[in-house]
Design a protein around this ligand. Sequence first.
Ligand SMILES: Nc1ncnc2c1ncn2[C@@H]1O[C@H](COP(=O)(O)OP(=O)(O)OP(=O)(O)O)[C@@H](O)[C@H]1O
Ligand SMILES: [Mg+2]
Length: 250
Amino acid sequence: MISNDSIRMEKLCYSVGGRRILENFDFQLDRGVNRTILGISGAGKTTILKLLLGLLEPNSGTVSIGNLCITGLPESGFMQQRKQIAIVFQGGALFDSMTVGENVGYRLFEEGHLSQAEISKIVLEKLGFVGVEAALDLYPAELSGGMKKRVAIARALAADPDYIFFDEPTTGLDPIGVYNICNLMQRLQAEGKTTLMVTHDLATAFATSQRFTFLHDAQMLFEGSEEEMRCSTIPEVIEFLSPTERSLFV
Ligand SMILES: Nc1ncnc2c1ncn2[C@@H]1O[C@H](COP(=O)(O)OP(=O)(O)OP(=O)(O)O)[C@@H](O)[C@H]1O
Ligand SMILES: [Mg+2]
C-alpha cells in the first residue's frame, strides 16, 4: 500500500549522454523507514537522489512526493513538498566564500521569513547538534573533511526537514569520522527524521538503515532487509558484499 507520506518513483526511465541509467525503476521511501541504495560507482545513485528532488526530469515515469506528482511541474509547483526534504551532497558542496555560520543559515536567510537573531539561534543549535559550533566563523577551506561533512549536515538540518538524503556521507573519512556520521544519522532517526542514503560503504549502510536497494545495470536487482541481503543468491549481490579478485576486472 502506498502511504501519503512516501516519496516515490514509478516506472522511471532516465538516460544521459546516450547511456541508460535507470530502466523502469520503482522506488519508495516511507516515513520512518530508513533506507540505503547501494551500487558501484557510476551506477546512478546520485542520479536517483536528484530525480527524487526534482532536480532532473525523467525521460518517462513519475516522481511523487506525498500526494503530488512533481514530474513535469515547475519547481514553484512543489516548493512546499520540496521543503520537507534536505540533501547532504556528495562532497558537502559548501559555499567557499561564506563562513560556516553563513553556509548553515543561507537557506533561511534567502527565504526571508526569520530575523537575523532567529537565524543565528538556529545556526548555533544545528552546529551544536553536529558538534562543530566552534567552527562558526571559519571558512570551508579551514575545515577537515569530517568537519565539512558535519557542517553540510547542519546546513541540511537548518530548515527542519522531515526527510534527509545523504550522498556518500562517509567517503574519505577515517574510522572515527565514519563513526561520528553514523552516530549523527542514528540521532536524527531517533528524533523522527527519515533518512535515505546512497553509498557503497556497507558498514555505514547496515549501521543506519533497515531496508536496502541494490542498483545494478539500471535495474533494482535486490530490495530487502540486511538479513535478506546477506542470504541473497543473486551473484551480483554476493559479489558486492564480498568482492573477489574477479571484481578487479569489472
Ligand atoms: N551530466 C552528465 N552527462 C553525462 N553523463 C552523466 C552526467 N551525469 C552523470 N552522468 C553519468 O551517469 C552515470 C551515473 O552517475 P551518478 O553520479 O548517478 O553515479 P553514482 O552511482 O552516484 O556514482 P558514484 O558512486 O561514483 O558517486 C555515470 O556513468 C555518469 O558518468
Ligand atoms: Mg554519486
